[in-house]
Design a protein around this ligand. Sequence first.
Ligand code: ATP
Ligand code: MG
Length: 186
Amino acid sequence: MSPDLYEKTDIENIDLVPSTTDLSSADIELASAKNRSEKLRKVFGNSDLSKYDYVLLDCPPSLNVLTVNALIAAHALIIPLQSEFFALEGLSQLLMSVREVRDLGNPDLRIEGVVLTMYDARNRLSLQVEEDARENLGELVFKTVIPRNVRISEAPSFAMPVLSYDSRSKGAEAYRALAQEILARR
Ligand SMILES: Nc1ncnc2c1ncn2[C@@H]1O[C@H](COP(=O)(O)OP(=O)(O)OP(=O)(O)O)[C@@H](O)[C@H]1O
Ligand SMILES: [Mg+2]
């Protein structure tokens, strides 16, 4: 990746390519472009990413050109699933899109897993969404669930990841457990 694209962060070994407001018009500008879904893969192909173990692409919830670019460029996909009523419906749409993306040009795109977020064990709906997800998706659903945790919602206003903001919070513990689970699957 060209060095002027990424920024160092306060965290050792993590670099960041931040978004800008320019990105909001990218969807429209790319709509009529040739090979519009392959732009990001091309950037990656022309970049030396060898010093990185992982590149994480944060996507919007909608399946626009930017998301498709990410899916075409990626090896694998982690799907956060909010523990809410319509979440599973969105998920089945996404799974169909994954199949389309495989046909479109990334046949090896793997679903790494589905992670339940904003989980509240006292809420029947959370339990229900979890049960449905595990019943329908089986092993694809990570054992780790991310609880609804106020420290997670506070962290962004200090411009910090929750692991730095409150490393011992339930939210940070959960994200750490998720990372361990992902590493253990490889
Ligand atoms: N587990 C959680 N517990 C409490 N608050 C959370 C949790 N996860 C996310 N939040 C809060 O909810 C808000 C949205 O979270 P986040 O940005 O991760 O969601 P998103 O789906 O990626 O949103 P966007 O579409 O804006 O990218 C943030 O303010 C965040 O701090
Ligand atoms: Mg987001």
